[in-house]
Write a protein that binds this ligand. Structure first.
Ligand code: TXA
Ligand code: MG
Length: 322
């Protein structure tokens, strides 16, 4: 056991905060059973306390300690996808303090697929609440450097596990009944869920989701993000440049190789896997390059394209809620 993992477990036990890598994004972790530590997570993130957190566990075998009943479909998904980018919402057991669930009687649980996260969780032994390690509403971190830059001294320890391999957050499934639904599309695709269950799994439109924490504006860079049809990208970019904006362009595959008069032009990666891995880094890059406007289009909403479109829509969402 490396001394850094032991140190992380010690920080968690003493009520501190540890930022740690997962396969999706970096998390800002605290002991789930320590209400004061959980409160600090909300403070550091600037997140309203009504927004529930995900409890991370080392092993699916611990699930029954944290939730009351596990419907058969939820058990099947846990067996199939854990460790992995899937979060199950179930009825909370008394072990889960209401501070972690924003007062809800349900709790979100997941077993992450990252060796550093799993080592930390195993050494700590308990549940670790962890939202993405960014300020509320901002772009999620996919490197330890992103966390250090954004949260700095507010975190007691940052574990560096390299670049996140999935790059978008976990898929959240409401598994409180046998009628499952996807609350947030993510790293496990709807198609994967449906193949595992042998039936359709609805994905309610974002506007139908009432859970706190599913705000229309989220995952947003400083630059304003504008979504347009792929065939309008060139026109819109040039117009915005003429109006004096510093424009960043996420160039859709259909325009690959086209010259665009804009401040920063980044081609959308070829595969959806790569696009998901790189999306948040690209949004950060536009900010670093000083862009005040980013023009992008939505991918086809299949496979990881569903999660990518969800994050782009929210990056472009109304800012008034921030
Ligand atoms: O990939 C991930 O899920 C990352 C890594 C760190 O594990 N975590 C993450 O956490 O994305 P966060 O806090 O940024 O997003 C968790 C979302 C909340 O915004 C909320 O919408 C949903 O999970 N959630 C948590 N508890 C819930 C509950 N009891 N019912 C419904 N939704 C819940
Ligand atoms: Mg988040």
């Amino acid at each position: 056991m490396s001394s850094e993992i032991e140190q992380a477990a010690a920080v968690l036990r003493s009520g501190g905060l540890v930022a740690f890598p997962t396969e999706t994004v970096y998390g800002l972790g605290a002991n789930a059973e320590d209400p004061a530590a959980v409160k600090r997570v909300f403070e550091v993130k600037g997140r309203p306390p009504s927004h529930p957190l995900i409890v991370h566990l080392a092993d699916a075998a611990q699930l029954d300690e944290w939730v009351q009943t596990v419907p058969a479909a939820a058990r099947l998904l846990a067996e199939r996808f854990w460790p992995g980018p899937l979060t199950l919402v179930l009825r909370r057991s008394p072990r889960v303090p209401l501070e972690a669930t924003g007062g809800l009687e349900t709790v979100a649980v997941r077993v992450p697929a990252h060796p550093v996260a799993l080592a930390m969780l195993a050494e700590f032994g308990g549940g670790v609440v962890a939202p993405s390690a960014n300020r509320f509403g901002a772009v999620s971190p996919t490197t330890a450097e992103h966390v250090r830059t954004e949260l700095g001294d507010a975190v007691d320890l940052v574990l560096d596990g390299g670049n996140c391999t999935v790059g978008v957050e976990s898929t959240i499934v409401d598994a409180t009944s046998e009628n499952l639904s996807v609350l947030r599309p993510g790293g496990v695709t709807r198609e994967d869920l449906e193949a595992a269950l042998g039936r359709a799994v609805p994905v309610p439109s974002t506007s139908d989701v009432r859970v706190p924490g599913q705000h229309p504006s989220h995952y947003a860079p400083r630059a304003r993000v504008v979504l347009v049809d792929p065939e309008k990208v060139l026109v819109e970019a040039e117009l915005a440049e003429q109006l004096g904006h510093r424009v960043g362009v996420l160039l859709p595959p259909s325009l690959a190789g086209t010259t665009v008069k804009a401040h920063a032009v980044v081609p959308v990666p070829d595969s959806l896997d790569t696009y998901a891995r790189e999306l948040y880094g690209l949004l950060r890059k536009f900010d670093q390059r000083g862009c005040d406007l980013v023009i992008a289009s939505l991918p086809v909403e299949e496979g990881l394209g569903l999660a990518l479109a969800n994050r782009l829509r929210r990056a472009a969402g109304p800012r008034s809620v921030d």
